[in-house]
Design a protein around this ligand. Structure first.
Ligand SMILES: [Cu+2]
Length: 414
């Protein structure tokens, strides 16, 4: 009877090990990124992405596309999120469906983390090379140390062709050309399997013996020494010595084969060049702002003063990548993602041109299902219900001005 129990115990232990191994190895394909579950204030009050352009909607494997645009590092950055002193310009995609061939901020190559200044606007570009066929949601993204990944707007891009034809050739500093996609793959597989097998052998060796309860009883009754036999000691020594010898030998053979190696480069790039935007000649004061839950609309009372020398009209309100437009002033021709664009979502009580020197108080409504779909309305349940965004004004000649707004938002439930 005892033997049967022991066997059952060992079997279930092995089953547990296999289950754990399977969990580690199983990685399901991600179908969404959770961009909508990121707190609304994170998307509205950290990085404002605008003038975005995805150069292609369909791209064959091995071909490249770019995502370019600008981002404004919001001046009223929330206290609860670490400042972007160490930030990394990234792309939000479900795994390596593209490889990043290069990224630039203000024209400078940024393969590393950068330090960004609050209140500044930067121009960026990311060059991507298509790797895995499928329909992918491609987002802009900024990884902020202590703040997490801050996701920007996403657009669906289709990659066509077959992944088998993907190549990623590079030339090393010693003049060797190799394909990073499968370079030394067999070696990588060998070492992973080897150490996995060795670890498993170690576990199985000890799992053959009585475990947990019998061991505990033996220890409590003062027979702990009897649990480890001289053979166990020899096996333990052999594992230890074997591991050290294998590591030392393989390391010296690797050193001999690749005498020149450089470490992975890390570190922080400072002094990113922001765009010099001329000071806005339009000033906006938010008198009040409320969000009407039943109407899925945000209402703002704005006092707008035109200190410039040409009449202007309000054409766009952009928050968290959702763009509300007044079609009489501005229409989007960039192929901006549909779900983030409300082409007629902006209503201004009086949007006749505001003459130079004139001040006017208007009611502005930004309404679209995106408030709920993108869960931006969740903002009203925050302990610090503030909204922020960018207002764009145009004059007759098509010159655009950008004005930032940041104010408390009061919900209305009726
Ligand atoms: Cu997405």
């Amino acid at each position: 009877m005892k033997i049967i129990k022991d066997k059952v115990g060992k079997l279930s232990f092995v089953a547990l090990l296999l289950a754990m191994a399977a969990t580690v190895l199983y990685t399901p394909a991600a179908s969404a990124h959770g961009e909508k579950s990121q707190a609304a204030f994170m998307r509205m009050r950290t990085i404002h992405w605008f003038d975005l352009n995805w150069s292609k909607e369909e791209v064959p494997v091995n071909e490249t596309m770019t995502i370019s645009g600008k981002f404004y590092v919001f001046e009223g950055w929330p206290e609860t999120v670490d400042k972007p002193e160490s930030a990394f310009l990234n792309i939000g995609i479900p795994g390596p469906v593209f490889i990043r061939a290069g990224s630039w901020i203000g024209g400078q190559l940024v393969p590393r983390s950068v330090s960004l200044e609050l209140g500044e606007t930067y121009e960026f570009k990311v060059l991507l090379k298509a790797r895995r066929p499928g329909d992918w949601h491609v987002h802009t993204m900024m990884n902020v140390e202590g703040g997490g990944p801050i996701i920007g707007p996403g657009k669906w891009v289709t990659i066509t062709g077959s992944m088998g034809s993907f190549v990623n050739p590079i030339t090393t500093l010693t003049g060797e050309t190799l394909d990073l996609e499968n370079w030394n793959l067999s070696n990588i597989i060998f070492w992973h399997s080897f150490w996995y097998a060795l670890g498993l052998a170690w576990l199985i060796y000890w799992a053959r013996k009585p475990m947990f309860v019998p061991r505990s009883i033996a220890v409590e009754s003062g027979k702990a020494d009897s649990l480890i036999t001289p053979t166990d000691k020899k096996v333990g020594m052999a594992f230890l010595a074997g591991t050290i010898i294998i590591v030392a030998a393989s390391m010296s053979s690797t050193d001999a084969k690749y005498p020149v190696t450089t470490p992975l480069q890390a570190g922080l790039l400072r002094g990113m060049k922001p765009i010099q935007i001329p000071a806005a000649t339009v000033s906006v004061k938010v008198e009040d702002a409320s969000y009407r839950v039943p109407g899925r609309a945000m209402q703002m009372t704005l006092t707008i003063t035109n200190n410039g020398d040409s009449p202007v009209r309000l054409g766009e309100f952009n928050t968290a990548g959702v763009r509300f437009l007044d079609p009489k002033v501005h229409e989007d021709e960039t192929g901006y993602p549909d779900d983030l664009l409300a082409p007629e979502g902006l209503t201004v009580s009086d949007n006749s041109p505001l003459a130079p020197g004139e001040t006017r108080t208007v009611n502005v409504t930004a309404s679209d299902a995106a408030w709920e779909v993108y869960r931006l309305a969740d903002l009203i349940y925050d302990p610090d219900s503030r909204f922020a965004g960018l207002l764009f004004f145009w004059d007759q000649a098509g010159n655009r001005q950008l004005v930032k707004v940041d104010a408390p938002l009061i919900p209305a439930f009726i």
